[in-house]
Design a protein around this ligand. Structure first.
Ligand SMILES: [Mn+2]
Length: 356
């Protein structure tokens, strides 16, 4: 098994510019990508609690709502959802002196929040810090810590927080911080089994458990909080999964009709994707979901050295080697045809390259 940059870790010196920036900030807004996940949300609440301990005024403002299985994180810090009509949060952004984007490295991943951040920035005093672990970062922040060796943004935030602890001489990992970071690392490593689950990840997870994260309780909160409608969606979706090309490609299309008939929401579709890779011969899995505005959300998963982020990038998206996505402005039928042709072509090319 080859793990890229296996065992790498930023040291205190490398974290210094980031720490200086955070310590200088007084009013800090934290945010994450649209359709937030455990990594973004867990990292946010953990960093919020750390910054509050350091005497900062902190608010979390996200572009989209918190999935129900993560609402328990609100016990650690309030998570606000941005609404273009809500004066309060717009004002909050304009008054901040720093915005920290977690778990994303593209401006557009902030949704409409970016417009307001960009406006406040032009007025002069707002700085943007980005902490992330995805491939292909866009150069837009004042400081960008984008390290793809990391299993999760939570791993980076853990390292950042321990570096701040060393810097200020104060323990900062409270049970709330430990819980948030454990959620982040657990979810982004697929419960400690994805390729970037290095020995170090287990070490830091152990430290978080020692400092108050309860693995049993957290797993139960995150993975056993399904609404009945999500289970209905799973049932309907499983019967629609198709396997093609000698069972090397699996794909599924979820329509708005399927969502409304089962009463489920967009984020419930996350549940389905692992089944697309559950057949061992599958090399690339494609999940397409029809959005309310008629566009098609494409999620790609792969096994081994198949860089599906390259496919996603071609259509304006991005992500990781084995998990990536993009949004197509085409209606389902055309989107399905296009992506499946792309995926088949991609695999065929790989075979040709491997044979050479
Ligand atoms: Mn992540």
């Amino acid at each position: 098994m080859i793990i890229p940059e296996y065992g790498r870790k930023l040291d205190e010196k490398e974290w210094a510019p980031c720490i200086d920036m955070l310590l200088a900030g007084e009013h800090i807004v934290l945010t994450t990508h649209v359709n937030s996940d455990g990594d973004g949300l867990g990292s946010e609440v953990a960093l919020a609690e750390v910054l509050r301990t350091l005497g900062k005024k902190v608010s979390i403002i996200n572009p989209t709502e918190v999935p129900t299985n993560y609402t328990f994180l609100q016990e650690i810090a309030d998570i606000n959802v941005f609404d273009e009509q809500g004066e309060e949060l717009i004002e909050e952004i304009s008054l901040a002196d720093m915005v920290v984007l977690l778990d994303a490295n593209l401006r557009e991943r902030m949704g409409s929040i970016w417009n307001h951040v960009s406006f406040a920035r032009e007025l002069g005093k707002l700085e943007v810090l980005c902490i992330d672990h995805h491939l292909d970062p866009e150069d837009f922040a004042d400081l960008m810590v984008c390290e793809t060796y990391a299993s999760s943004t939570g791993e980076l935030v853990y390292d950042l927080v321990t570096a701040i602890e060393a810097c200020v001489g104060k323990e900062l990992i409270t049970p709330g911080v430990a819980k948030g970071l454990y959620v982040a690392v657990m979810t982004d490593t697929g419960s400690f089994r994805f390729p970037k689950t290095t020995p170090y990840v287990y070490t830091l997870a152990g430290d978080l458990v020692a400092k108050g994260a309860d693995p049993n309780e957290i797993y139960d909160q995150v993975y056993n909080s399904l609404k009945p409608q999500a289970l209905r969606l799973l049932g309907a979706a499983l019967t629609e999964i198709r396997l093609i090309d000698g069972d090397t490609v699996s794909w599924l299309f979820i329509s708005q009709k399927m969502l409304s008939e089962t009463g489920s929401k967009l984020f419930d579709t996350d549940l389905v994707i692992k089944y697309l890779l559950s057949v061992r011969s599958v090399r690339i899995a494609v999940l397409m979901v029809e959005m309310q505005d008629g566009r098609t959300k494409v999620s790609l998963r792969s096994r081994g050295d198949i860089f599906v982020n390259r496919i996603a990038k071609k259509y304006g998206g991005g992500g990781h080697k084995n998990a990536a996505g993009c949004l197509l402005r085409y209606a389902p039928e055309k989107a399905t045809q296009m992506i499946l042709a792309e995926v088949r072509g991609f695999l065929k090319n790989l075979e040709i390259v491997n044979k050479k």
